[in-house]
Design a protein around this ligand. Structure first.
Ligand code: 5GP
Length: 189
């Protein structure tokens, strides 16, 4: 199990999803952990592919049944990592890449302390704001909430997070190459 788990964390708008999708195609032995969430699907998101979309009641049932490795409330919705999915992928010999908020990562480490943490940072808070506005998939209220949370999240990550790597995403291809190098590291396979 050692070194076969990778956790990426970032404030939304740091470019994490684009980066992850760009890189993961080159690694057939790595699969992406599909989280459960109570957030509504964005356009183009498919249940069971991007997330397992759940009602609050369904999500609470998963918590009660201890079906989640960790969970957290992020921007007003619940997000969590289903245990069964991770265990099955590891049993299949896969490496697994997780996308967790910085608080969820701390709880995740209690179960899988050997996981490799990768923190993705935007070049600046101004750039983050620009990217969130350009995405146009969220309401103004949600954008403001995400921005307000971004500073808190990054402070927390620097103080309490266990991140072996930090990638500043100012140039997508450069950041993608840095991520590829980490995933290619023979000590992490
Ligand atoms: P989004 O709504 O943009 O897809 O994700 C919002 C935030 O939720 C991101 O910071 C992402 O890292 C986090 N997130 C997604 N899945 C999980 C999960 O399973 N657990 C935790 N703790 N955070 C998650």
């Amino acid at each position: 199990m050692k070194h076969r788990l990778f956790v990426i964390s970032a404030a939304s708008g740091a470019g994490k999803t684009t980066l992850k999708n760009l890189v993961i195609q080159g690694f057939p032995d790595i699969c992406y952990s599909i989280s459960a969430t109570t957030r509504s699907p964005r356009e183009g998101e498919i249940d069971g592919v991007h997330y397992f979309f759940k009602t609050k009641e369904e999500f609470k049932k998963m918590i009660a049944e201890e079906a989640l490795v960790e969970w957290n409330e992020v921007h007003g919705n619940y997000y969590g990592t289903p245990k069964k999915f991770v265990e099955e992928k590891l049993a299949d010999g896969k490496r697994v890449l997780f996308d967790l908020d910085v608080f969820g990562k701390v709880n995740f480490d209690k179960v899988y302390p050997e996981a490799t943490g990768i923190l993705i940072l935007p070049p600046s808070i101004e750039e983050l704001k620009k990217r969130l506005c350009e995405r146009a998939s969220d309401t103004e209220e949600v954008i403001q909430l995400r921005l307000a949370n971004a500073n808190k999240e990054m402070d927390f990550a620097h103080q309490f997070g266990k991140y072996e790597y930090t990638i500043i995403n100012d140039d997508l291809e450069k950041a993608a190459q840095e991520l590829r190098e980490i995933l290619k590291d023979p000590h992490l396979s």
